[in-house]
Design a protein around this ligand. Structure first.
Ligand SMILES: [Zn+2]
Length: 324
């Protein structure tokens, strides 16, 4: 069976997937997905909606956009429309849809007690330059706030840095890989030449065969990297952090509404995602190159809401993988 152990090892023996190959890649019909996951309904249009109790999944033919329960994901491959039959890539089925719809089936996800918090940049590396402060300042502020909350909940927290020092990417990877029952959260803020660019986005490791966001496929993309061992767990962790952040920033305790643009959950081959063997994500908490956004990021209310969201997401993730 071509779908791999993650799906067929369960009690669905005999299920017949409708499959097809396009450009050397395996795809499966949306109708198969509807049947396999027991969706009650599928509605076709410029947006295709699959729905059942508590789950709504939306895709756009010809697009890489996918929404599951309101959270935006960027698919590894576009949804294909072939004469009114719609296809999703096998990679997106196994590496995105299945872990998000059935988190308790992620066998690689382990119970964890340690959270490695990675404040991006530091020391001689300021990261993105902002009008009020630079990225390295905000990443450390948020990291410390997250640490304090997680420690009060009983987690053990490891910081890759706790002061304004330079830590190489290789060292960040080494620190994370010392721990087995742990997860890794890297905190960053964005920058763009386009002053209007805005919003939050979350990255997890690209599955095998999928390039770094925004660039073409390279030969190395077909090799399994250490980060791929945990890629299903990582997409769950990303979903928790991304969705909580959107929620908390829209409705934080001080009644601000920071209304952040949702740029989605994306795939990348950043060094920390490639090299780390525990579930790992890289979160981008807003654009310092955007003056309006930089002002939000600079406020203590924004920083606290973001830290609360990340800490809450750790609980959400833990619950989702342990409810078996
Ligand atoms: Zn950064």
């Amino acid at each position: 069976m071509w779908l791999g152990a993650s799906i067929v090892s369960e009690a669905n023996n005999g299920f017949k997937w409708e499959t097809k190959e396009f450009n050397g890649l395996d795809y499966v019909t949306l109708r198969s997905i509807k049947e396999f996951y027991y969706f009650d309904d599928i509605r076709y249009g410029s947006v295709i909606t699959l729905e059942k109790t508590d789950v709504k999944m939306e895709v756009r033919p010809g697009s890489q956009q996918c929404r599951m329960n309101g959270v935006l994901f960027v698919l590894s491959h576009k949804v294909i429309d072939q004469n009114g039959r719609y296809f999703l890539s096998k990679t997106d089925l196994i590496k995105l849809v299945n872990p998000v719809l059935r988190p308790t089936h992620i066998h690689s996800a382990r119970v964890f007690g340690i959270v490695v918090i990675d404040a991006g940049h530091g020391g001689k590396d300021p990261g993105s330059l902002g009008p009020y402060d630079n990225e390295k300042v905000y990443t450390l502020k948020i990291a410390r706030l997250v640490r304090d909350i997680l420690q009060s909940k009983g987690y053990r927290v490891v910081m890759t840095r706790d002061s304004d020092v330079f830590v190489s990417l290789a060292n960040r990877v080494n620190i994370a890989n010392k721990y087995k029952n742990a997860i890794f959260i890297s905190i960053h803020f964005n920058s763009s030449d386009n002053a209007g660019a805005s919003g939050i986005e979350t990255f997890t490791i690209s599955p095998v065969g999928v390039p770094h966001m925004g660039r073409g496929v390279r030969a190395g993309d077909f090799q399994t990297v250490p980060g791929n061992v945990m890629d299903s767990a990582s997409i769950m962790l990303a979903t928790a952090v991304h969705s909580r952040s959107l929620l908390y920033l829209s409705n934080d305790r001080s009644r601000n509404n920071f209304r952040m643009n949702d740029r989605g959950i994306k795939r990348a081959r950043f060094d920390v995602l490639t090299g780390i063997k525990i579930p790992a994500i890289l979160f981008e908490g807003g654009f310092l190159s955007n003056r309006v956004e930089a002002r939000k990021v600079h406020t203590p209310a924004y920083q606290q809401a973001l830290a609360d969201a990340i800490a809450r997401a750790v609980d959400v993730y833990r619950t989702s993988i342990t409810r078996r």
